[in-house]
Design a binder for this molecule. Structure first.
Ligand code: PGA
Length: 259
């Protein structure tokens, strides 16, 4: 079964308004459509850039715009927060949910993350659900169990139809921003494991059609090797997505992948 191939750029808290605009201009100038066939490109900038990027990319159906977060309630007295319906109202396509930096620095627990997934789905946004273990959990052999628990806590109760809208990103915490990428064997093992958990929860068809991205120090130099694995359907890229040329090289590596 063919799955969506997704290359997502997570800019985190980087880029001024002018820098974001320049990135998109250069991306559109340089992109070679022959090398991106079938690849869903997703740009995930800070909130202040969203509307401008949506407008700049209206004619480029292959490039979606995602937010890095949304609040878990629908609306109300939550100073400083942004809701899923507000994102939808400016035509944002997707939203990251459960990124390990949100879990670590902003105290997001499984319950909050699960509510955010529901808010995103209610508003027809594609949730990119992030999961992954810490170094300590991997070294003690608890990595598979940790991720099983994260998946169960966040996704149990969703329908197979809702699962079609969702993408999973496996991001081992020890590989994020550290320059230490998981090996293809480590990532592949986890992706296969996640797929088996999905099969138990939602059935084989749903498990086979859910895209699972790898994130954690993906770079132009290691992307092709990672994407060659049959269970790795793309990447969520932080640091290496800040430069349009490097990001495009990663997108092209995914463009070469055929299921
Ligand atoms: P990184 O970040 O590529 O800089 O490791 C990935 C992420 O956090 O999504």
């Amino acid at each position: 079964m063919s799955r969506r191939r997704v290359a997502a750029a997570n800019w985190k808290m980087n880029k001024s308004f002018a820098e974001a605009e320049l990135f998109v201009e250069r991306l559109l100038e340089d992109i070679d459509p022959d090398k991106t066939e079938g690849v869903h490109i997703v740009l995930t900038p800070p909130y202040i850039h969203l509307q401008n990027l949506v407008e700049m990319l209206t004619l480029n159906e292959g490039i979606a715009v995602a937010a890095q977060n949304c609040h878990h309630e629908a609306q109300g007295a939550y100073t400083g927060e942004v809701s899923a319906s507000m994102l939808k109202s400016i035509d944002v396509d997707a939203v990251l949910v459960g990124h390990s930096e949100r879990r670590q620095y902003f105290g997001e627990n499984d319950m909050i993350v699960s509510k955010k997934i529901h808010r995103a789905l209610e508003n027809d946004l594609m949730p990119v659900y992030c999961c992954g273990e810490t170094l300590e959990q991997r070294e003690s052999g608890a990595h598979l169990g940790t991720v099983t628990h994260q998946i169960e806590a966040a996704l149990t109760g969703l329908s197979a139809q809702q699962m079609q809208q969702l993408v999973i990103a496996y991001e081992p915490v020890w590989a994020i921003g550290t320059g230490k990428t998981a090996t293809v064997e480590q990532a592949g093992e986890m992706h296969q494991h996640i797929r088996s958990v999905l099969e138990r929860l939602f059935g084989k068809e749903s498990a086979e059609s859910t895209s699972i991205l790898y994130g954690g120090s993906v770079k132009a130099s290691n992307a092709a090797e990672l994407f060659a694995h049959p269970h790795i359907d793309g990447g969520l890229v932080g640091g290496a997505s800040l430069d349009p040329e490097e990001f495009l090289a990663i997108v092209y590596a995914l463009g070469h992948k055929r299921f």
